[in-house]
Design a protein around this ligand. Structure first.
Ligand SMILES: Cc1cc2nc3c(=O)[nH]c(=O)nc-3n(C[C@H](O)[C@H](O)[C@H](O)COP(=O)(O)OP(=O)(O)OC[C@H]3O[C@@H](n4cnc5c(N)ncnc54)[C@H](O)[C@@H]3O)c2cc1C
Length: 344
């Protein structure tokens, strides 16, 4: 901060984003239904997403509703090459990785990779631990892991279409390989014994029993040959592969034994909760006018985007639909902008 200034205007539109960069605010508003807030929380948004404008807008009469509506991801890993302080990345997983809680127990169905973000967050927040594990092998990491964030997908963002087309034949994309090489949450090994030893070195407070982890992997691997399997995850991989897109890109990799050395080495990834989206926020009407405690518009005050829960304090309800956040932000901005221009 180098100084202060004051600027007068006929109207003000607050569009300062959510609260995910402010861990204190995330914990303070953490919903009871999702257990306790993580102590070890990763940051999945830029530092400016600090929620400061909420209190500032409240101070001039605006109200905040649905403060406890948030959308965080459980597949967070620390970025080895951070863009913002504490920068973490979400793994967008295909269906095959085995998912274990901090005690080494496989997560029950339907909490399978990529299935139910809030349901899995709820489940894991009730285990009493802040981390969980993906266990898989190099073939699966290479084909089924995508990394969220524009800087992780330079082939797309820089329009290197040849590289995009090469994705299905690239064994491990460079951005994913960089995490395998440098990521603090990633360990690899040729045997389960060595792998679990490396996992335990990362989390010495909750050591896993290698025999317990191996038994569950072997049990899952036996089901690969069983056409009538009752293993929900193996069945889900078969269903995913019926979709031609996932089959051709190998985003749902052909079923095989995870412990098959041909697909090795084995890989484990420590996952922690990553803060991301804010679904509550400034209470507005449909024109984006900020409302006070009795529902009357505060003169000249508008809000749009994530700071108003994408337009009004929770247009998406508790269960936001993946990938529809930007759309709601843009739409609420359009509504507020039009109303504001008409009022001037
Ligand atoms: C890594 C990542 C991946 C995402 N992927 C998707 C996706 O695939 N699909 C999807 O729909 N959504 C996605 N989102 C969410 C989506 O990007 C956000 O919901 C959306 O950008 C929010 O838009 P906004 O304009 O409300 O706020 P922001 O884009 O956060 O912009 C807020 C602006 O306000 C400024 N600001 C903040 N505080 C102040 C202040 N006090 N004074 C002045 N200026 C201030 C900031 O500098 C910033 O420019 C993703 C978000 C992240 C972080």
């Amino acid at each position: 901060m180098v100084g202060e200034f004051e600027y007068g205007a006929q109207a003000v539109l607050v569009a300062s984003g959510g609260i995910g960069g402010n861990h204190a605010l995330v914990r303070e508003n953490w919903p009871e239904r999702l257990g306790t807030a993580p102590q070890d929380l990763l940051t999945g948004v830029p530092a400016y997403v600090d929620g400061r404008m909420l209190a500032i807008t409240e101070a001039v009469g605006g109200t905040v509703v649905n403060r406890d509506r948030m959308w965080h991801y459980v597949e967070g890993v620390r970025n080895w090459d951070p863009v913002w302080p504490g920068h973490a990345i979400r793994i967008l997983p295909g269906p095959s990785a085995m998912w274990f809680d901090a005690r080494g127990d496989r997560l029950p169905s339907p909490f399978l990779p990529g299935f139910d973000t809030l349901g899995t967050l709820d489940h894991l927040r009730h285990t009493g631990f802040d981390h969980s594990w993906f266990v898989l092998n190099r073939s699966l990491v290479g084909k089924e892991f995508a990394l969220s964030g524009s800087e992780q997908n330079l082939d797309l963002t820089e329009r290197r279409y040849r590289d995009v087309l090469r994705r299905p034949i690239t064994k491990v994309p460079p951005a994913v390989q960089a995490f395998l090489d440098h990521g603090e949450d990633w360990v690899t090994a040729d045997t389960i014994g060595e792998l679990v030893a490396r996992m335990n070195a990362l989390e010495p407070g909750t050591p896993l029993d290698p025999a317990h982890v191996e038994r569950q992997l072997v049990e899952r691997d036996r089901q690969v040959e069983n056409a009538f399997t009752k293993d929900a995850q193996v069945a889900a991989v078969r269903v995913a592969r019926r979709y031609r897109g996932d089959r051709l890109t190998k985003r749902a990799f052909p079923l095989h034994r995870i412990l098959d050395p041909k697909h090795g080495p084995l890989v484990a990834v420590r996952l922690r909760v990553l803060s991301r989206k804010t679904l509550g926020g400034l209470h507005t009407d449909l024109a984006g006018r900020v409302l006070d405690a009795v529902g009357t518009p505060v003169p000249g005050l508008y809000a749009a985007g994530e700071v108003s829960g994408f337009g009004g304090g929770g247009v998406h309800g508790y269960r936001a639909l993946e990938g529809t956040f930007v759309g709601g932000c843009l739409f609420s901005g359009r509504q507020a902008g039009r109303a504001l221009a008409a009022a001037l």
